[in-house]
Design a binder for this molecule. Structure first.
Ligand code: PEP
Length: 252
């Protein structure tokens, strides 16, 4: 039985005071929601803050990206070891906001996945189609291509060490979430693809849905059998909204 999981992607938002208010509000608000797992991915400068506030609590934290390299002349980049040093359990990789701006290719995301698991981090691997690809009926083709790039890099046992997130690009930040039925169909398809190679991995791996998850649609999304929780952007900027999504996961 997979536990539901909710991950906040705070993107490039916040300040030290607002970060503190959010994290403390989250700890307070999720007290008693012990049936699901929660994590917060913050901008790199706030990792120290997440570590200070969340250490010893049930809420985990992580980065939103990382370099493929351990160290070197990579101005502006952050290594996996640095994330580990700040207590991160997770790191988001392959987010569409990075893929679409040309920072990340399928192969470089696969390499990041491998580097993350070798460093002891759990990658939250994002995949999803653009609106044009969706309208052309290419959702399956695109997500499988993105997923296979990771499988080719790390194999099934490596894949099992991460978390997957289906995030249709047309749903991110638009307020137009996929319907629970659409998200369920794609996650079931992805899980079926994994099952062809390893049934145990397919059964156990967490696959999240991301894209305009809100307080008012979370319960219906999380009621779907293959949706193991949510990766939440905009609604993680308002503590009460994010706590309501965590409540929906805990009750699902
Ligand atoms: C995201 O960016 O990962 C995301 C899911 O954003 P939003 O919830 O705002 O659509």
């Amino acid at each position: 039985m997979r536990r539901k999981m909710v991950v906040a992607n705070r993107k490039m938002h916040g300040s030290i005071p607002s970060n503190q208010a959010f994290l403390e509000g989250l700890l307070e608000g999720t007290r008693g929601f012990g049936n699901a797992d929660y994590a917060v991915c913050v901008p790199h400068p706030y990792l120290f803050h997440a570590q200070a506030i969340l250490t010893g609590t049930p809420v985990a934290w992580g980065g939103q990206n990382m370099s493929r390299y351990a160290s070197g002349a990579f101005t502006g980049s952050v290594s996996p070891g640095m994330l580990v040093e700040f207590g991160c359990e997770y790191v988001i990789i392959g987010h569409s906001e990075r893929r679409l701006r040309g920072h990340d290719s399928d192969d470089s995301v696969g390499e990041r996945f491998e580097v993350a698991i070798k460093a002891g981090l759990k990658p939250i691997f994002c995949m999803g189609e653009t609106l044009a690809e969706y309208e052309d009926g290419l959702t399956d083709v695109v997500t499988i291509r993105q997923l296979n790039a990771v499988i080719n890099q790390v194999g099934m046992q490596g894949l099992a060490e991460g978390v997957l997130a289906y995030e249709p690009v047309w749903a991110i930040g638009t307020g137009r979430a996929a319907t629970p039925e659409h998200a369920q169909a794609i996650l079931c398809f992805l899980r079926g693809h994994i099952a062809l190679m390893d049934e145990a991995v397919a059964e156990n791996i967490h696959i999240l849905y991301g894209g305009s998850v809100k307080a008012d649609n979370a319960a219906r999304l999380f009621a779907m059998p293959d949706i193991d929780g949510g990766l939440v952007g905009g609604a993680s900027l308002v503590t009460e909204d994010f706590v309501a999504i965590c409540r929906a996961a805990s009750l699902a």
